[in-house]
Design a protein around this ligand. Sequence first.
Ligand code: AMP
Length: 188
Amino acid sequence: MTTESRRAPATGNDDLKALIRTVADYPIPGIQFRDVSTLLLDGEGFRATIDRLAATIDPATVDLIAGIEARGFIVAAGLSYALRKGKVMLRKQGKLPGQTVGIDYALEYGTDRIEMHQGAVTPGQRIVLVDDLLATGGTALAGAGLLRGQGAIVDTALFIVDLPDLGGATKLRAQGIEPIALISFEGH
Ligand code: AMP
């Protein structure tokens, strides 16, 4: 990735932020759920989201997009189309029909496991990891670990939303992954 491609959009995404609904105490008390479903309902808003995320990436430096189930798939599909790159699905346990490799990880609430098809990525492929939201970073780090375990190079991760107070961005940077997000919300 070039420095240019790593530059996060500084400001100007308040139009998109306004389209994201906050649902208090979901799925458990104390969580402010940042619900991108209301952004997805807005065609222009979704298109602008994909365009602005795609603009942070130099397609020449990327081989594949990796989307994390489920909302990450929606963002990854848009970016895959915009950047003309293929995409690999990092799925919840038991969803893939072929031989899989997987990794367990801790969530902001609970634990989970993601899997991918064995052989879906080849060693040395440069992969951009994509999800809707970065909170503690556990999901993204699991995705990166899974891909890196197959020999892929993962040094950039894209999100619509970052929750900086949960520390995910710091954890990703510590593992050599630059997180780029269009929007941030303070607090949990
Ligand atoms: P984490 O692994 O803690 O970074 O959590 C990120 C994953 O959990 C993403 O796939 C999000 O969709 C989901 N998630 C975690 N916290 C929230 C939140 N406050 N609002 C919406 N989604 C969240």
